[in-house]
Write a protein that binds this ligand. Structure first.
Ligand code: ZN
Length: 282
């Protein structure tokens, strides 16, 4: 249900489909849920509302339409940062050289993803269709991932002359061998391959995706909030002890070596030839 006190946004919707469950849905299906900064800022606001809501114990992130998300909206990479609230402590967004763009990505990509990853409530991604590059940056920060059999996952942006998308946790998500395979070849992995790699929690028929996800969320929501929070933090702390945060920040620095290499050679953040490579292989 969505009552009159639930805030509304242009690109995301918040509702409460089960007791104790908040659901945030991406509503840009006409653009395969491509993420511009507006969507990311609105998503962050919705996560904040759900996190602060005492009645929401589990948060589901879903998406309307055929595909969960096609990634970052590459037609809108340099919006005016004054249009968005600054969530973290980044600054100098309009600085020249590497400084400004690195700050933008640190704020809007890595910063937001890491923030959502650490929400002290269980989060579940409900995934169908394609999840491409930046799409993984919404899926991977969630605690559990339920996907339909048609779901596929890829990060083809090595074709753009960078190392991968900005939330670089690939080896932690799929293991080092498959991470290199995905990155080098740009190929999609299927739901079943993602399940074998431990990247997703459940694979279900497309028609059952919503019901199965909500049933899982409702099941989890019966447990004490603080126990869930402590369990989540313990697993996350274990990943951090394995170096997840440091490795991701290291990769983020290399990501910006790639962007700046491209800027010097092509006057573009990405190698322009990459788009055709990805299209030819799609
Ligand atoms: Zn980037």
């Amino acid at each position: 249900m969505t009552d009159s006190t639930t805030p509304t946004w242009e690109r995301v919707r918040l509702d409460h489909p089960e007791d104790g469950v908040a659901r945030i849905t991406l509503t840009r299906a006409e653009a395969a849920n491509a993420q511009d900064y507006s969507m990311l800022a609105q998503l962050n606001e919705a996560f904040d509302v759900a996190a602060q809501d005492e009645n929401s114990r589990v948060i589901v992130l879903a998406a309307e339409g055929k595909h969960f998300s096609s990634g970052h909206d590459t037609t809108a990479l340099n919006p005016d940062m004054n249009d968005f609230p600054t969530i973290g402590t980044q600054c100098h967004f309009d600085a020249e050289g590497a400084e400004g763009y690195m700050a933008r990505e640190a704020e809007m990509y890595v910063g937001l993803c890491w923030r959502w990853r650490n929400i002290p409530k269980p989060t579940i991604a409900q995934v169908q269709g394609k999840v491409i590059a930046g799409g993984l940056m919404l899926v991977w920060p969630m605690d559990m991932i339920v996907c339909s059999q048609d779901a596929t996952f890829s990060d083809p942006v090595v074709a753009f002359g960078v190392n991968g998308h900005e939330y670089f946790t690939h080896p932690f998500e799929v293991g080092a061998r498959l991470a290199k395979d995905m990155l080098f070849t740009g190929r999609s992995i299927s739901a079943e391959e993602a399940l074998r790699a431990g990247m997703v929690s459940r694979v279900v028929p497309r028609d059952d995706l919503e019901a199965e996800t909500l049933a899982l969320a409702a099941h989890i929501a019966k447990r004490p909030m603080f126990g869930l929070t402590l369990a989540k933090q313990s697993v996350n702390n274990s990943l951090d002890a394995m170096g997840m945060y440091t490795a991701m920040q290291s990769a983020f620095g290399l990501h910006h070596v790639g962007h700046n290499h491209n800027l010097r050679l092509y006057d573009s953040l990405i190698n322009p030839a990459g788009l055709q490579v990805i299209r030819d292989e799609a």
